[in-house]
Design a protein around this ligand. Structure first.
Ligand SMILES: [Zn+2]
Length: 494
């Protein structure tokens, strides 16, 4: 009897985990598991002046902090989405497209579900290395492409059950519109081609009337953590060009990477956790927004004499990173966590007419070339050769650009391959049928600045041919397309 009872209890004990397991299987079948994984991939170019590496920029001589492709992969059980932020000044459409081919092969994630953007750090070194005949050649483009793809594969390898949340913080104190109307006392503003313009970019500190456009103070973010609460990754987007204040000759990922590190620290991510926490800070819409504190004369008078703080190299970038990370972590305290959200994406290729110089600009350029006139503007961007190159019939008449929208539950992301003006991002946020909307600039390519037609009329550096490459009303076409794409995500995701 006793032995029989033991056998009975033993059988029950054996059966119980099986029953529990069957219960789990049934539950899993009706409810797909949401997963997230993140990884970084080192993309620092070589330093030092050695013959093998030629660059359009001065070669860096030191690495202050390594550059990374920061990768976050989400998986809703049916679809995956890869979000990549690279510590680079720009990302070329060719590199992004080539990396996506490898990513598709290695992870199965299709190109329309992969967003690859650049932060716009201005200290990413001589990233454009070209081949010089008869010399050994370091192909940074091939290295970069491969390292981005590897990062996504590694993030995908590390997918684990996760929960997700998103939110919006604000940091208005670190964003300043850099385009200004000036007081008449400052005299005329000369444009790229000796034309008179109404707006000046980075015009110094005095004689300022009012900024020519708004700023977007929002930091939109999404956060993923394991089911036990371990932080996996946090992706944020803020409309700030970059901070700078980096030591000369050094490679640095600027405030973007400092934010990525600091936000992990403030979220309590254990430095020894496996896999490590990955922070990402993307560039929002910051084409006309920087971190240089500028005020109108009127505002300066109200503020009274200001103490000018002198910063050591990297100090300002760290300060901005810390401020932004604190704001995000504060907002993070009241997030609503979801066990599962659906992932959907819509991608389009838009064809823009390329920018053509006006008859006056061509006449000016030809006169400068023939040494009939000497240009008034000393800007290195206002070259006659740029105008003549854009006037040449050899330049392709159109530019194809990849634009993306992604839906993650009730959060949407818009990816734009330009340095987009803040007001365009604000309009998009206002018109988006899915909110909040996270804007990511310099995504899947970099085709120059994107001002509005009205800002083109005002002039200023960002509107000049060469740094602006597409038709003057491109922003209208872009915003309309993105709103339509977001509308599709809204109805399809129901
Ligand atoms: Zn820029």
């Amino acid at each position: 009897m006793h032995a029989q009872r033991i056998r009975y209890l033993f059988a029950l004990a054996m059966l119980c985990p099986l029953l529990l397991l069957m219960d789990h299987v049934a539950e899993a079948a009706e409810k797909p598991v949401f997963r997230a994984g993140a990884a970084t991939s080192n993309i620092t170019p070589p330093i030092g002046k050695y013959g093998a590496a030629r660059s359009s920029r001065e070669a860096a001589t030191h690495v202050h902090d390594e550059l990374h492709a920061r990768c976050l992969v989400l998986d809703d059980g049916e679809s995956k989405l890869a979000l990549v932020v690279c510590d680079l000044r720009h990302i070329s459409a060719e590199v992004a497209a080539a990396a996506k081919v490898i990513i598709k092969e290695s992870t199965g994630i299709p190109p329309e579900c992969v967003l690859i953007s650049a932060t716009h750090t201005h200290t990413s070194g001589g990233a454009r290395l070209e081949q010089k005949e008869g010399q050994p050649y370091y192909d940074y483009v091939a290295f970069l492409t491969r390292r981005i793809a590897d990062g996504v594969l590694r993030a995908s390898n590390q997918l684990e059950p996760a929960r997700i949340a998103w939110g919006v913080a604000e940091e208005p104190s670190q964003v300043f519109n850099r385009r200004w109307f000036l007081k008449a006392s400052r005299g005329p503003i000369y444009g790229a081609h000796d034309n008179i313009e109404q707006v000046d970019t980075n015009p110094g500190y005095n004689g300022l009337l009012q900024p020519a456009g708004p700023v977007d103070p929002q930091i939109t973010f999404l956060s993923v953590q394991s089911t036990s609460g371990k932080p996996i990754s946090l992706l944020a987007s803020y409309g700030l060009h970059y901070v700078g204040g980096i030591a000369p000759g050094a490679i640095s990922a600027d405030y973007f990477a400092m934010f990525a590190d600091r936000v992990g620290e403030l979220l309590g991510a254990d430095r020894h956790q496996d896999p490590p926490f990955v922070g990402l800070m993307a560039n929002g819409t910051s084409g006309d927004v920087n971190n240089l504190e500028r005020y109108s004369d009127e505002e300066l008078a109200k503020r009274g004499p200001q103490e000018k703080k002198r910063y050591r190299p990297y100090e300002k970038a760290r300060e901005v990173a810390d401020l932004c990370a604190r704001k995000v972590v504060e907002a993070h305290k009241s997030l609503a966590w979801r066990d599962h959200v659906k992932l959907t994406s819509v991608q389009r290729t838009l064809t823009f007419e390329r920018r053509y110089p006006t008859k006056t600009e061509v006449e000016w350029a030809e006169a400068v070339k023939a040494k009939k006139i000497k240009p008034m503007s000393t800007s290195r961007y206002s070259t006659y050769s740029t105008v003549l190159a854009y006037a040449s019939p050899e330049m392709p008449p159109t530019i194809d650009v990849v634009v993306q929208t992604h839906r993650i539950g009730d959060l949407a992301i818009a990816g734009m391959p330009f340095e987009v003006f803040a007001e365009i991002g604000l309009e998009l946020k206002q018109r988006s049928p899915i909110r909040p909307l996270m804007n990511i600039s310099i995504a899947n390519g970099a085709h120059g600045y994107l001002p509005t037609p009205e800002q083109h009329r005002l002039g200023g550096y960002e509107t000049w041919i060469g740094v602006n490459k597409v038709q003057l009303d491109a922003s209208i076409k872009l915003v309309d397309a993105l709103v339509e794409m977001l509308g599709r995500l809204k109805t399809e995701g129901q």
